[in-house]
Structures are given as C-alpha cells and as structure tokens.
Design a protein around this ligand. Structure first.
Ligand SMILES: NC(=O)c1ccc[n+]([C@@H]2O[C@H](COP(=O)([O-])OP(=O)(O)OC[C@H]3O[C@@H](n4cnc5c(N)ncnc54)[C@H](O)[C@@H]3O)[C@@H](O)[C@H]2O)c1
Length: 349
C-alpha cells in the first residue's frame, strides 16, 4: 500500500483527494496547509486521518511513501526538494517550478535519489491527446508542416468562477511576487505540454506576453503585474511551424482547448470544447481531396494520478516526469526571455 499525503489543500487539492482515494494500492493518510485550520477542514471533508499546518512537521511525523504537491506555484520547488530529501516519490502540480533554475534543481535531486516523479499535465488525461500523439508518431500525417494550439479562459471578464478581485486563488495568479508566471505559467504551461507531447520538441520560439490594464494595479498584498495573454510563434525540431496562444480575456470561453496538426499526408483536429473528450477528427488518405473530416474514437487512458501510482508500483518512470516538466519549464523561460526582447527569436537548448 502506498501511503500518500497532500501538501496544499486549496481548490485543486479536492480533485487530488477524490481521485487518489479511488486508486487501488493508494492510501491517503495525511495532508497539510499553511493556512491555520484549512488542512483540518480538508481532512474532515475527505476522511483523511491526519492534518498539519506545516509540511516539515508532517514529513517528520508521518510514515509516507509519496506526496502530491498542490500548493501555489512558488512553493512547488521548496516542497518538492523537502519531500525528495525524505526519499518520497513526488507528484507536483504544474508548472513544475516558478523558474527554470528551480525546475532543474528538482529534476536533479529526484534523479540522484532515484525516486518516481510526475507533473500533473492534465490534458494528457484526455484520450484524444494520447491518440493524437500516437497518430503523429505513426507517420500517418506525413511530415508535420503546420500546427495551431490554443488554451482560452475569460475569468478576468466573466464571473462564472467568482469575482477574481475577491479570491486569493485568483489574485496570486496575477502577481509575480507570489510566484505566478501569469497565464503563461497557469494554462500556457498545459498548452506547451500538449503541443510538444503531440508534435515533438520545440527548437525555437518568438513570444509576446501582455499584461492588460484591469482598472486597479494592486489588491491588498497582490500587485497585478503578471501577464494575462500571450501569443507565440513556435518552430519545432521536426521542422514544423506553429502558433500557440492563451488568454484570460477570451470572452465567452470558460476553458477552451484546441489543437490542429497538419502534415503533408493528413491533418488532425482536437477541440475539447466542441467535441466529446474521447473524440478527435482526422482528414486522411482520399479524404484530403474532398476535405472530409471523420471522428476517431479514442480509448480511455489512465489519468496522471493513476500513472504516478503505477510508476511507483512498477519502478518505471511516469509519462510526464520532472524531466518532462523541466523541458516545458524551458519553454516558459524562453517565452519570458523572448517577450522581454520584443518577441526576439529564442533557441531552446
Ligand atoms: N492540473 C491542473 O489542471 C490544475 C488546475 C488548477 C490548479 N492547478 C495547480 O494547482 C496548484 C494549486 O492551485 P489552486 O487553484 O488549488 O490554488 P489555491 O490557492 O486554491 O490553493 C493553494 C493552497 O496551497 C497552500 N499553500 C501555499 N504554500 C504552502 C506550503 N508551503 N505548504 C502547504 N500549503 C501551502 C495555500 O495556503 C492554499 O491553500 C497550483 O500550482 C495550480 O497551478 C492545476
């Protein structure tokens, strides 16, 4: 039985608790949060035996095998390094870290301790994403020429997730001092992961980030300086050219994810807003002459939580481990550097 604990018991941690509780061979035994009382309430809600106000105390006292880190982004690196020091397997929320240096330190520490790691790149849970990666790798689309990816939200416009001015879970996402890399680090990170998972590594990019006027510059301790829209021109190692963009200003979009990949033999199209998550569409073979798109049914795929537990049980690396998380962090880092130089071309080593 794998004894698990959750570090950080805010909004997203509810999903972690509910899913880990359903996974065979996994026992959720403790949780912690720095806000007094928050972990206790969370433990009561999810039936978790122990609750703490510090990860340090929890890791000292509990007998654990693994942790899931669901804190604000800035705490990912210190919490992961602490857990790795205790020899625990670590699943970490995205983005892996608040900067590339910290991401590299986390990956290096995990490698040295030979522990299992995972980053919660949730869009890999989607059957269509896994099938798209298989279709591209099979060569059915031929040489990939052109790619378009996007991830759009609009919580700065619409109040469907509450008023962002009143909730710290939105305010820290708008503040670089609180470790947020803005929309880039929040949802752009998913987009960079799924576009590179499906198409292949990114070799270079030109990115523009934008922080728009919100009518107020500061709310309490939160200075609202993090980016909230970006557009990137992407050059893939396989020679393909693409665009990727994300925004919190995409009015009318709650959480819209889309990816189109076009090769010299066919194309594929994923639209997680309009189609069922297990569906993708392809235009292949004779259909390319008539521009006919057909749905492809995609089999269910294990989610990242299950992949993490399976990796611990088998001793084999999870699909998106800290090495993958570090590669994606390098895309975020390159985006920031490119934008700081007016959208200059930045190569990724
Ligand atoms: N994979 C996904 O699709 C997805 C979706 C939503 C959020 N997330 C990620 O999950 C993380 C949490 O997001 P959220 O929306 O739950 O935020 P949140 O603000 O609701 O919760 C974060 C919690 O972490 C706690 N915390 C901060 N530092 C801590 C520390 N050192 N030790 C213990 N607890 C600490 C805070 O007190 C808070 O309760 C973020 O990294 C976010 O990017 C991922």
């Amino acid at each position: 039985m794998i004894r698990m604990a959750i570090i950080g018991t805010g909004g997203m941690a509810n999903g972690h608790a509910m899913i880990f509780k359903t996974i065979k061979g996994c026992n959720l035994t403790a949780c912690c949060d720095v806000v007094p009382g928050r972990a206790q309430a969370f433990a009561a809600k999810h039936g978790i035996p122990q609750a703490y106000e510090s990860a340090g105390a929890m890791l000292e006292r509990e007998r654990l095998d693994a942790v899931s880190i669901v804190t604000t982004d800035k705490a990912h690196a210190p919490m992961a390094l602490l857990a790795i020091k205790h020899g625990l397997h670590v699943m970490c929320e995205k983005p892996l870290a608040d900067n590339l240096r910290n991401a590299r330190a986390m990956a290096q520490a995990a490698r040295l301790k030979k522990i299992i790691t995972a980053v919660n790149f949730s869009y890999r849970d989607n059957p269509a994403t896994q099938m798209a990666a298989q279709i591209v790798a099979s060569g059915k689309l031929g040489h990939i020429r052109h790619v378009a990816g996007s991830y759009l939200q609009s919580w700065l416009v619409g109040k469907y997730w509450g008023d962002w001015r009143k909730h710290e879970a939105w305010l820290w996402r708008l503040s670089t001092a609180h470790g947020s890399a803005g929309v880039l680090g929040d949802i752009g990170v998913h987009a960079y992961d799924f576009i590179s998972f499906v198409v292949g590594d990114i070799a270079a990019m030109q990115c523009n980030l934008k922080t728009f006027d919100k009518g107020v510059k500061r709310i309490g301790p939160y200075v609202l300086d993090a980016n909230d829209s970006f557009a990137t021109i992407v050059r893939f190692k396989n020679g393909a050219l693409g665009t990727l963009h994300s925004s919190r200003w995409a009015t009318g979009h709650v959480n819209s994810v889309a990816l189109q990949v076009y090769g010299d033999k066919g194309g594929l199209d994923i639209d997680l807003t309009r189609h069922a998550p297990e569906t993708l569409r392809v235009c292949l073979g004779k259909d390319v002459d008539t521009n006919t798109w057909r749905p492809v049914k995609c089999p269910k795929t294990p989610n990242m939580y299950q992949r993490f537990i399976t990796a611990i049980q088998s001793g084999r690396a999870a699909q998106a481990d800290f090495a993958v998380g570090t590669r994606v962090q390098a895309y975020l880092d390159a985006s920031l550097r490119s934008s700081a130089h007016g959208g200059q071309l930045v190569e990724i080593k």
